[in-house]
Design a protein around this ligand. Sequence first.
Ligand code: NDP
Length: 445
Amino acid sequence: MSYVERVLDDLKKRNPNEKEFHQAATEILLTLEPVISAHPEYEKAALLERFTEPERVVMFRVAWVDDNGNVQVNKGYRVQFNSAIGPYKGGLRFHPSVNLSVIKFLGLEQILKNSLTGLPIGGGKGGSDFDPKGKSDREIMAFCQSFMTELYRHIGADTDVPAGDIGVGAREVGYLFGQYKRIRNEHVGVLTGRGLSYGGSLMRKEATGYGLIYMTNEAMKQRGYDFKDKTTVVSGSGNVAIYACEKAQQMGAKVVAMCDSNGYIYDENGIDLAVVKQIKEVERGRIKEYANRVNGAKYNEGCKGIWSIPCDVALPCATQNEIDGESAAMLVKNGVKYVGEGANMPSTLEAIEIFQKASDVVFLPAKAANAGGVATSALEMAQSSGRLFWSAEEVDNKLKTIMVNIYHNIDNAAKKYGFAGNYVMGANIAGFEKVAEAMMAHGIV
Ligand code: NDP
């Protein structure tokens, strides 16, 4: 058994019932074999054992009172996974599916993603099994205040800087920040994704979706291809999906489908994004509404069917494991050429294998392709520390440069180890090399 296999085996035994964490660790560690072989000193230093064990896990009770006067209790989490290259950084997810395994998988991915940005940020992730759907504003505020009343003692502008993720947008970040400031009496960059009136950065909202398109476009450019008139499917209709759709459309793509967790819409004339924004960002409604408002658009119950729509470019931007082997095979059969992951781990291991075996499909994995969000969060941290406020153009240009650089770094890393075009390996290796070097420099900690 190789060192990598032994670490994976131990990890599964020591962390039973954490299937998402096992999946992410398997996907990452198996691709690191060539780096591990080149560095025998890593095994002696138990580097992989330390890399896969969070530095700290905080789990806590979140009690709050709903609008009927009933006391509700949720679980809160913050996994401070790795601070070798900078303070922990990673979003908070509020969704009923959240558990320790999900937060650990996201945290592990985040370490490498943050490293890929080239900026000094470590990896962390947190959240709660709280479901914001259908809650009143007052209930959301009560929950966020209770959550922060515990979290505040574990985070800080130079220690751990959370941000949004599924279910945590500008409103939630505002309530969380308000409570932090009230308890600590400090107006500092302790959360990113803040509103523009209290320390946020222009372009943060757009960053993940735009970044995904900048990277996909760079991969296309290298192959003499572009977004013009390319039929594109974007899953989700949240923050990442909306701004991926917006930038893809600006580059000439024809986006024909989007979804939410109930079903998907198909609009052969191209999605009218203003209608989606009105339904999702303003009314917080269901995507189904789109078909009632736009002539010719169709709504289908269930999300899986979205991947049966023939397209040139597929951009999964909803949630983990939304593309399984069957959907991946369908996309390939229908001629997909580019798959860019906007969501975290949206493709199962089986789906990734299918994309990689199809020689004419370019597969851009999440930790590289969706790094634009956290990169812009790091730019928000830089502005906070320097008491600066950069223009949208300045932030957008920096984002573009970062995404183009990440693409070439993962491309070069894949080539360096003899796996040209394998961006899963390229991203894992390029992200890991820097973290490994820093961990080795710090000694056994
Ligand atoms: P949002 O909460 O804004 O949107 C999530 C979208 O995905 C919603 O449309 C939601 O539908 C849909 N969705 C959720 N679960 C499912 C499901 N089981 N099947 C189909 N659709 C589903 O989240 P974000 O856009 O912020 O995040 C989306 C993904 O991108 C996540 O994986 C997140 O971790 C990742 N990500 C986000 C970043 C960011 O900056 N926001 C940065 C990097 C990664 P519904 O409205 O019905 O819930």
